[in-house]
Design a protein around this ligand. Structure first.
Ligand code: ARG
Length: 580
């Protein structure tokens, strides 16, 4: 109830001016109430006991007495255990809700635009995309959309793993297998085997290993034919990635590809600049940076950031340092977000620290590792397919769509076959994405088909169903949806007030979600709104309301609810079907 606090605070300061307490002190006390059912805003008075020379209970009562008259029509006051509680007055709530009717953005303000690079998805060439990449793709996409909605200039970068020593063996294996066969068979993706085959040949067959090593040298020397073969691997992989992105309906496309290979020309510069800044040291033939401080290994020895290996090869860290130089100096971005799993926490901490020490970033830049936990199966193990290999993402998505189709069929819906196909996709994909987005990203989450596809609870199908239900109300309504922009909203029933509260709080929850890069906060809000709608719809007849004014007012609430759901889900990258 940020808006309520904004209106109440100055009225409260004015009323308490006769008391020996500063505006700052009072303002530091006013905050959202912990129990939303009791109040929207609370002022804990315990710390004022000393200045007032009274018990907190008495202080609360005294403050409540003086502020109540000025809050008339805005908030209803009460006290309990040394707290002053404020609950939004239905009159204030209704005028606030009405102001959102013509507002396309539902009260969400744009911020001063920052230039933000979001690094996400980032699968590896010639390897299967795993569920970790699915999480990165889905969470990254939601964050991109939230930040864009808030008015920021967002640059999407898909930092695919498309460079480095493994490409020597991968290219040689490609030659052995035959390019055409590869493009044909692997085009539908069986990358895990391809990678494993290459690796086992590399360790068992010394002739192959020698060829692979020689191939790395050719690749680094940008030998034409080698680059062409490398490109075959990259193209086949990226077309597979694009298939997954297309199914998921995320914003990523080929223009966003900015893989490790894009930074290869900057790698020598990283070494040079680290050397100039005095950070680089030689250690057993390799060039490394010692950050000191907490970076020690188990034996207490300083633990280095590897920049260039003894054989001259560069490291993952080197490539990320080059990437920072590029994002700061070429793109002049203010913020660098990395949507990558928690296991890479140390990598990013160290890389950011080196980049700051070396002056690749300064205090005006913020680099944030937007980390996330693992996907587990119902036994608490890392999610794997039955054969024990990593789950193939397209298969997983296809399964979700087919399960959604079954769920729709079981509900005896009146959809035509064609509509069932279209809507199964929306529900199946929405369910997978939402299951991922609705849990705190820092935690592991359990992949559970039944739960994610359930039409009850904090799930996409439940929210989509609420939206479809409202669309149905409008299809039966004698009042058209477009004519509701200036409707007088009256909040008589408690359920109407609760629903209005959710609508008003949408902008605040979106802001909290966007500023913390935590999509689950927005999910929770959309779910709370849908539940409030269910209670409202049960208690308050809409089309069958007694008079036309009440009907219009309730239809206006329905309209706003539907917009909270579809705007909210849209920002999470999830569609809302009109029927299901
Ligand atoms: N390709 C990496 C992986 O699969 C993720 C890259 C993340 N982005 C980055 N700038 N390091 O683990």
């Amino acid at each position: 109830m940020r808006d309520l606090i904004e209106v109440c605070a100055p009225l409260i300061y004015e009323s308490v001016s006769e008391f020996p307490v500063s505006e700052e002190h009072i303002s530091s006390l006013i905050g959202p109430a912990t129990d939303g059912r009791m109040a929207d805003v609370a002022i804990p008075c315990h710390s004022l006991s000393g200045v007032f020379k009274k018990s907190p209970i008495e202080v609360a009562e005294e403050i409540c007495r003086v502020i109540s008259p000025s809050l008339e029509g805005v908030a209803i006051t009460s006290t309990i255990n040394g707290f002053v509680n404020l609950k939004a007055d239905p009159r204030w709530l209704s005028s606030k809700t009405m102001s959102l009717l013509p507002d396309e953005r539902l009260g969400v303000k744009k911020e001063i635009s920052r230039k933000i690079v979001v690094d996400y998805s980032a699968p590896n060439v010639a390897k299967e995309m795993h569920v970790g990449h699915l999480r990165s793709t889905v969470i990254g996409d939601a964050i991109v959309r939230m930040l864009q909605f808030k008015g920021h200039q967002v640059i999407r970068e898909n930092h695919i793993g498309d460079w480095g020593t493994p490409f020597g063996m991968l290219i040689e294996h490609l030659i052995d297998e035959g390019e055409e066969k590869f493009a044909l068979e692997k085009g539908i993706s069986d990358f895990d085997n391809f990678y494993k085959e290459a690796r086992s040949k590399f360790s068992d067959d010394s002739e192959f290993a020698n060829r692979a090593r020689a191939r790395v040298v050719l690749l680094q020397g940008e030998d034409e034919d080698t680059l062409r073969l490398w490109k075959v691997l990259v193209d086949v992989s990226t077309s597979y990635f694009n298939e997954v992105y297309g199914m998921l309906g995320v914003l990523l496309d080929n223009d966003d590809l900015m893989g490790e290979s894009a930074y290869k020309h900057l790698l020598p510069q990283v070494v040079e600049r680290l050397d100039e800044s005095g950070l680089l040291v030689e250690s057993n033939g390799a060039s490394v940076v010692f950050l000191g401080g907490k970076w020690v290994n188990r034996e207490g020895q300083p633990f280095p950031v590897m920049i260039r290996k003894a054989d001259g090869g560069y490291n993952y860290s080197t490539s990320d340092l080059a990437c920072i130089i590029d994002r700061v100096e070429r793109l002049s971005c203010d913020e660098l977000l990395y949507v990558v799993g928690t296991p890479q926490k140390q990598h990013f901490e160290m890389v950011f620290e080196v980049a700051k020490k070396a002056g690749f970033m300064n205090d005006t830049h913020s680099a944030i590792h937007v980390n996330f936990g693992s996907v587990l199966d119902s036994n608490g193990q890392m999610l794997k397919s039955r054969a024990g290999q990593s789950v193939k993402l397209v298969d997983l998505l296809r399964e979700s769509i087919s399960r959604a189709g079954q769920a729709i069929a079981e509900r005896n819906s009146e959809l035509s076959d064609e509509e069932t196909v279209r809507i199964s996709k929306i529900i199946g994909i929405g369910a997978v994405k939402y299951a991922d987005l609705s849990t705190d990203r820092a935690k592991d989450y359990v992949f559970d088909w039944d739960r994610m596809l359930s039409f009850e609870g904090n799930t996409a199908p439940y929210l989509q169903y609420s939206y479809a239900r409202i669309s149905r109300i409008f299809s039966l309504s004698p009042i058209s949806r477009d004519s509701l922009k200036e409707t007088k909203i009256e909040l008589l029933a408690e359920e109407e007030q609760n629903l209005a509260r959710c609508i008003v709080n949408f902008s605040e929850s979106l802001d909290q979600s966007a500023s913390s890069f935590h999509p689950h906060k927005l999910c929770t809000h959309i779910h709370t709104t849908s539940s409030a709608f269910a209670s409202f719809y049960e208690a308050c007849p809409v089309i069958k309301a007694d008079d036309e004014g009440v009907m219009a007012s309730r239809l206006a609430l329905c309209d706003l609810t539907a917009r909270v759901i579809s705007t909210g889900l849209g920002i999470l990258g999830i569609q809302s079907p009109e029927m299901m």
